[in-house]
Design a protein around this ligand. Structure first.
Ligand code: SF4
Length: 545
């Protein structure tokens, strides 16, 4: 798979290994060269879990720990205005955020009970269901990590490569294998790829993070437009189901949409083609500047034709056939909230949390409900939601009620359903603005002010420009920044981006001059905007189009 790349020196190197630029070019590349990120695992088990936080080597603490899903946590009480002026060590406390990867979003009730128990016992009963199908903890002590890993591994989960310059969690449709109309079920190809390559030294030093999705969902719920590499379900002219390969999507400060490579990939080829794409990124990705190290920058320079040629000639050593583009997403809403009929006649029941925030105790309760009303199968979605599978018709409404008793909404308001929030100032060292609570207050306020609003609406609240909650693809995207209030004081607020959406005619939200709001003004701002839409809309018009 990983053919030794040919070497020829470019006019100006960007740190591409394949072109001979092997020397570490920045502190991150130096850190990865000095000791592979995966090596930190043993040091956590043997040393750091015994010495405690103060015994952790600085390179491991703020670098390699990520390879095992651990970030240092923002110290409580440090305002957003301090983020840019304090050193990393001044911003952190002695606890960690820990991310458990849930590839394809697939969980058993037993696994969810373990996830919930870890939060309750080791993470102050706080957990987040993320918009990449993971569960993230806060308040984790390094001393507890070996026991947490032991529990996760007992149910087939791990934190391995949940962060870092590695293959992150692989997204899959939560209803894979469940719905009648899916193009195909990617469950097996995700499992095979994860089993073969996650934790493998072959891909433990990539230029930066590497986000994958594999799905045959007709709603494109894994958002392939903005993943680094995606396998999107298609049916070719011969009637064979397989995948269309997309590469180079990503948000953050330079958002770009993925480009179709134009090949048809059979299911049995997916793992090899994924590994070949990952090898191209590893060898040709730009490592000189960290803010240009995502594959989107390489794709912007190369275009899909050159990517395909290098992929085929240097790595796969075979040509892939041309393939068709996938059908457009069937529905605008990709969250699988509500009741969906399964092909076996039972039902998938998707529900909204409160912008992904939940307690470990409630995760445990959901595991119990999945056993009681279904068959113990639960899924995480890419929109901070959960789905319980296999509910018989006659039990659906009982489950809806049982969930509602815990404020888990199967039929949420448009605002509750469409609002997402990143981790934000509460725990994230990069944050400028608090997000989770603010987003919950915002949707509750909009529910009160606009009870008649019945159109799907995406409101994504982000604590900084890194766009973990995807402000560029929302109808209303809030990007955390310090803004000036009426008294001339700098306070927490947002730059607003409007009109982003994925799918046909995908477009990133635009930043409008003057659309900066303080936190206190966001509900007024949304109300003005949405009332204007309600007054002007034509029958059937959605907010996005
Ligand atoms: Fe942190 Fe910024 Fe990501 Fe929010 S968008 S979780 S504040 S890095």
């Amino acid at each position: 798979m990983s053919a030794p790349p040919r070497s020829s020196r470019p006019v100006r190197g960007q740190g591409q290994w394949a072109l001979g630029y092997r020397e570490p070019l920045n502190p991150n590349e130096r850190m990865k060269k000095d000791s592979d990120g995966l090596e930190v695992r043993q040091r956590i088990l043997d040393i750091y879990s015994k010495t405690g936080f103060d015994g952790i080597d600085a390179g491991d603490l703020r670098g390699r720990m990520r390879w095992m899903g651990l970030y240092t946590q923002r110290a409580q009480g440090i305002p957003g205005g301090k983020t840019a002026v304090l050193e990393p060590e001044e911003l952190e406390d002695s606890y960690f955020m820990m991310r458990a990867r849930i590839d394809g979003g697939q969980l058993t009730s037993e696994a969810l009970r373990v996830l919930g128990g870890i939060s309750t016992e080791f993470g102050r009963d706080v957990a987040d269901v993320t918009d990449r199908q993971n569960v993230q903890y806060h308040w984790i002590r390094i001393e507890d990590v070996p026991e947490i890993w032991r529990r996760l591994e007992s149910v087939g989960l791990s934190t391995m490569e949940a962060c870092g310059d590695v293959p992150r969690v692989m997204l899959g449709c939560p209803l894979a294998g469940i719905l009648e109309d899916e193009v195909l079920d990617a469950t097996d190809v995700i499992a095979e790829t994860v089993a073969k390559y996650v934790g493998s030294p072959e891909f433990s030093n990539l230029p930066r993070k590497w986000k994958t999705s594999m799905s045959g969902c007709v709603d494109h719920c894994t958002e392939p437009e903005i993943d680094d590499v995606s396998f999107v379900g298609v049916v070719n002219e011969a009637g064979e189901a397989g995948y269309d390969l997309w590469v180079g999507g990503g948000l953050s400060t330079n958002p770009m949409f993925a480009q179709r490579i134009g090949v048809f990939v059979r299911p049995d080829q997916v793992t090899d083609v994924w590994a070949a794409c990952t090898s191209v990124f590893r060898d040709y990705g730009y490592r000189r500047q960290r803010n240009r190290a995502r594959i989107k920058f390489l794709m912007a320079d190369w275009g899909p034709e050159k990517f395909r040629q290098v992929l085929q000639d240097e790595y796969l050593r075979e040509a892939l056939p041309d393939g068709p583009a996938p059908a457009p997403a069937k529905h605008d809403q990709r969250d699988h909230v509500g009741v969906s009929k399964q092909k076996d006649g039972r039902n998938a029941v998707g529900f909204a949390l409160r912008t992904g925030r939940i307690s470990g105790s409630l995760l445990t309760t959901i595991a119990d409900l999945a056993d009681e009303y279904g068959q113990g199968r639960i899924r995480t979605t890419t929109q901070q939601k959960l789905v319980i599978l296999d509910v018989p018709d006659e039990r659906v409404e009982d489950l809806v009620e049982a969930l509602a008793a815990h404020d888990l909404q199967v039929r949420p308001s448009a605002f509750r359903r469409g609002t997402m929030a990143c981790t934000g100032l509460e725990f994230c060292k990069l944050a400028i603005v608090e997000t989770k609570q603010h987003a919950q207050d915002l949707y509750a306020e909009l529910e009160k002010r606009l009870p008649e609003f019945d159109t799907p609406i995406g409101i994504n609240v982000n604590g900084c420009p890194n766009s973990c909650a995807r402000f560029q693809t929302a109808d209303i995207g809030f990007k955390g920044s310090m803004v000036r209030d009426d008294n001339g004081e700098m306070v927490e607020g947002f730059q607003v981006h409007l009109g982003g959406h994925l799918g046909v005619e995908a477009t990133f939200g635009r930043k409008f001059r003057g659309h900066k709001v303080t936190k206190a003004e966001t509900a007024d701002y949304c109300e003005r905007l949405l009332r204007g839409f309600l007054e002007r809309r034509t029958p059937g018009e959605s907010f996005a189009h």
